[in-house]
Design a protein around this ligand. Structure first.
Ligand code: CA2
Length: 149
């Protein structure tokens, strides 16, 4: 299985570390990318890291991952709660998918409690801050390694 992992981020996550630190912390998305690249290297994973405010771009990256990647870590942000299209794209991807939320969505407004993406995700991490991303990468590396054994 490919050791390439896509780390995908949805709308407004480009503002990470710049607004609402009481909810999302002080780390910027560039910090999260650096963390993912460092941990990815330790785990022997190649990382492709993207963020978009446009639903179609996230869908296109998931399609690209179908051809090349062994796993996807995705924080779909607000699309989590609205996007059947992202769910459909993930359903066409055959390797592990881990859904990450920086905040504990279950402690927040009721509309954040439902996730379309969770219908496909092999695992969900919420409320562990930006550490959730590297924990998700550890899980994907284990699933890839277990498949090889
Ligand atoms: O907790 C998460 O990671 C979320 O996916 C973040 C989304 C939210 O819609 C989900 O319900 C939970 C929002 C991302 C917006 O990120 C910002 C970061 C800093 C300042 C403003 C927005």
């Amino acid at each position: 299985m490919s050791r390439l992992v896509y780390v995908l981020n949805g709308p407004n996550l480009n503002l990470l570390g710049k607004r609402q630190p009481h909810i999302y912390g002080h780390e910027t998305l560039a910090d999260v990318e650096a963390d993912c690249r460092r941990v990815g290297q330790e785990l022997g994973l190649e990382i492709r890291f993207h963020q978009s405010n446009r639903e179609y771009e996230i869908i296109d990256w998931i399609h690209e991952a179908r051809e090349t990647a062994g796993g996807i870590v995705i924080n779909p942000a607000a699309f989590t709660h609205t996007s059947v299209a992202i769910l459909d794209a993930l359903n066409a991807f055959e390797f592990p998918v881990i859904e990450v939320h920086i905040s504990n969505v279950h402690k927040r407004e009721a509309f954040r409690h439902h996730s379309y993406v969770s219908l496909r995700a092999d695992g969900v991490i919420a409320g562990l801050g930006t550490q959730g991303y590297t924990l998700a990468l550890q899980r994907i590396a284990k699933l890839i390694n277990d498949k090889k054994a």
